[in-house]
Design a protein around this ligand. Sequence first.
Ligand SMILES: [Mg+2]
Length: 180
Amino acid sequence: MTKSFSEEIKRRAEIIDVLVLDVDGVLTDGRIIIDDRGRESKHFNVRDGHGIKMLLKTGIEVVFLTGRKSRVVAHRAQDLGVREVYQGARDKVMIFEGMLLKKKIKADQVAYMGDDVVDIPLFRIAGLSIAVADACEEAREAAHFVTEKEGGMGAVREVCEMILRARGKWEEITMRYTFK
Ligand SMILES: [Mg+2]
């Protein structure tokens, strides 16, 4: 089943102030590389990174929320200017709700992007829930929107552009690069 960009998605996207991202399988392709010293590495996508920076530049917040814990995630967040990072999150819903209280915002103003069954409870709460193209079937069914791109392969960039367009910021952002 394809869930494409519709009027409903546009309506949900145009009031988004915060984008919350799962990490493994969303910002990455889900692979975790562990060397013989037990150190982890992951592949991130440079265009996803630029998408995140564009959102931040227009005042839309970006938050990482992951059940795992690794230093690479903190490094990546710092690199992109993402200041709010929740790692080792056993209960993502609890953290999400705490975040709403702290920011004094409603769930409608938050988009959440995930790839697996653990993300489904948040899909039900978030104003705009997004599954990556290669998410598990249950997650794709539960989400409002499914990206064309896969996790770690530009899915996050796709969503950043979607939010920027829905909020009417895309032209303004791209004009800086295309103006001759
Ligand atoms: Mg995941």
